[in-house]
Design a protein around this ligand. Sequence first.
Ligand SMILES: CC(C)(COP(=O)(O)OP(=O)(O)OC[C@H]1O[C@@H](n2cnc3c(N)ncnc32)[C@H](O)[C@@H]1OP(=O)(O)O)[C@@H](O)C(=O)NCCC(=O)NCCS
Length: 207
Amino acid sequence: MLKCKTMKLSIRPMQPADIKQVKEIDRQAFPTLETSLSFKKELRNEIARYIVAYEPANESRTPSVQTTNESVFSRTIHKIRMLALGPPPTKQSIVGFAGVWFMAGEAHLITIAVREAHRGLSVGEYLLAAVIEIAIEAKAGFVTLEVRSSNQAAQSLYEKYGFAKTGKRKGYYSDTREDAIIMTTDGINTEDFKNRFEQIKKNCLSK
Ligand SMILES: CC(C)(COP(=O)(O)OP(=O)(O)OC[C@H]1O[C@@H](n2cnc3c(N)ncnc32)[C@H](O)[C@@H]1OP(=O)(O)O)[C@@H](O)C(=O)NCCC(=O)NCCS
């Protein structure tokens, strides 16, 4: 279990049942975008990995499905499913999500967003750390992303985790013609990066 500044948080792969809540967060986070990501399509995209952050406290509120008419067999199957898979994802309150594409030896952060009411509580930080861990496991060379030049909050989050500004795409965003800043990590599978990453997580995520 991860410890957040003021809340408990868990991270797991996104599932189709999460899409309704993910879309709400996406609309809050990127209100000026005319078209948003098709999460249904993205979950079938072989080069993509999507994760969600949720509050595990809600698990205890999952209603019991046992009834007197149920056979011992079906109750046992239900218990095994609950132990193996946890409660149905729709019962969990999703507070943020992130998506990454793996291509040409790099991990490209496609999106990251936190529910408005949960910002400033380290949720973004946990999601980004989880993306970097996934990228290290996948043996990607580095993590890269585009961010709006005006998005200071996101840039500061990325800098905290070792991303540096490595380029610019002029007029990249179709809604406002704003420039994108390209931010990239050093080689994430080097001992140097892994040591620095572990140190950042220790300093920042255990407070
Ligand atoms: C960017 C975003 C994901 C950050 O998530 P968050 O959970 O609020 O951020 P955290 O609480 O984890 O903060 C981690 C770090 O991010 C930076 N940060 C977060 N909010 C910030 C703000 N309002 N101003 C400046 N820096 C900020 C800080 O460096 C912070 O570290 P600190 O607490 O030591 O100062 C969130 O603001 C969001 O969803 N924004 C809308 C969507 C978006 O812009 N996504 C990025 C697209 S490239």
